[in-house]
Design a protein around this ligand. Structure first.
Ligand SMILES: NC(=O)C1=CN([C@@H]2O[C@H](COP(=O)(O)OP(=O)(O)OC[C@H]3O[C@@H](n4cnc5c(N)ncnc54)[C@H](OP(=O)(O)O)[C@@H]3O)[C@@H](O)[C@H]2O)C=CC1
Ligand SMILES: CC(=O)[C@H](N)C(=O)O
Length: 272
């Protein structure tokens, strides 16, 4: 029997998609361990859940890139009765040509978007297997399907998350634990301000809301879908990586990738 109710660990729950996943899981009766560095945001989320009579949201102020972070999460989850869901959502981006990037910031991007996901899966998945089932929801991106000149490290980290998730999904078959890689296109959140401060960007008509993205993600994880791509437009975009020759794909991505995210031509900073 697959047990999918019970505590949900959600990283990056202080804003955007993670905050919405935490809210929606709590609203449907699942307690949440909500993780992020901005404690006040997590406290607000927790207070809102309490006021609404939803399942508790337990804040945990934590930088998931720090040494021992995954074990702290595991220990806190065990104190709260044990995890049934692990949502690896914390992540960010860095816009700009690779050679103009701060090497330390780019290394930190890998640490956050990739290494913390590995550490948390390694720490938590054994507990899910031991309890006979659970859900792992790793937030990748549509950026996982092609090279992303102009935000090269970001795309590479998301390709990593997609690959890791698909491999884990196969390795965990028969354990009751499913693994889902969520691959959204643009979603209206703070990520664009954080990852590209000062770079002008226009909001796009086809952007998903964090609410819509979270609802889609929860349903996909519940069904045990391994690769979950919201919206028909995003599914079609992901298909391009299968049909186009690699050379054409990377050229197309260099030419229009950042415009598709709402940035102007000047933001590309790469030759198309
Ligand atoms: N928005 C979009 O268009 C898309 C986003 N994604 C992915 O969705 C995920 C969520 O992003 P989104 O909601 O958009 O962006 P936000 O910037 O709104 O949220 C990012 C979250 O990650 C948390 N976070 C960042 N660094 C750390 C850290 N070191 N330790 C713990 N938590 C951290 C932030 O919390 P705090 O600062 O408090 O630590 C915040 O809660 C990311 O993995 C992103 O790559 C994928 C496709 C599209
Ligand atoms: C911020 C994102 O992940 C966006 N979906 C992208 O494709 O780069």
């Amino acid at each position: 029997m697959i047990m999918t109710s019970g505590l949900a660990i959600v990283t990056g729950a202080s804003s955007g998609i993670g905050a919405e996943i935490a809210r929606q899981l709590s609203a449907r009766g699942q307690p949440v361990l909500a993780i992020g560095r901005r404690a006040h945001r997590l406290e607000e989320l927790s207070a809102q859940a309490g006021a609404a009579g939803h399942a508790p949201i337990h804040p945990l102020e934590l930088d998931v890139t720090t040494e021992g972070a995954a074990l702290r999460v595991r220990d806190r989850a065990r104190e709260l009765g044990g995890a049934a869901w692990l949502v690896n959502n914390a992540g960010t981006t860095r816009l700009g040509p690779f050679l103009e990037g701060d090497p330390a910031a780019l290394a930190m991007l890998v640490r956050l978007n990739c290494e913390s996901v590995v550490a948390l899966c390694a720490a938590i998945v054994p507990d899910l297997v031991a309890r006979g089932g659970g859900r792992v929801l790793n937030v990748a991106s549509l950026a996982a399907f092609q090279p992303t000149p102009g935000h090269a490290v970001y795309g590479a980290t998301k390709a990593f998350v997609l690959s890791l998730s698909e491999s884990l999904a196969v390795e965990l078959e028969g354990t009751g634990v499913t693994v889902t890689a969520l691959c959204p296109g643009p979603v209206t959140t703070e990520i664009f301000d954080v990852g590209a401060p000062g770079v002008p960007r226009r909001k796009l008509p086809f952007e998903l809301t964090a609410e819509g993205c979270a609802a889609y993600a929860i349903a996909a994880a519940e069904r045990g879908n391994v690769v979950a791509i919201p919206t028909a437009l995003s599914k079609a975009t992901a298909q391009l990586s299968r049909i186009l020759p690699r050379a054409a794909l990377r050229r197309l991505s260099a030419r229009i990738g950042l415009s598709v995210l709402g940035y102007g031509a000047r933001a590309r900073g790469v030759r198309g």
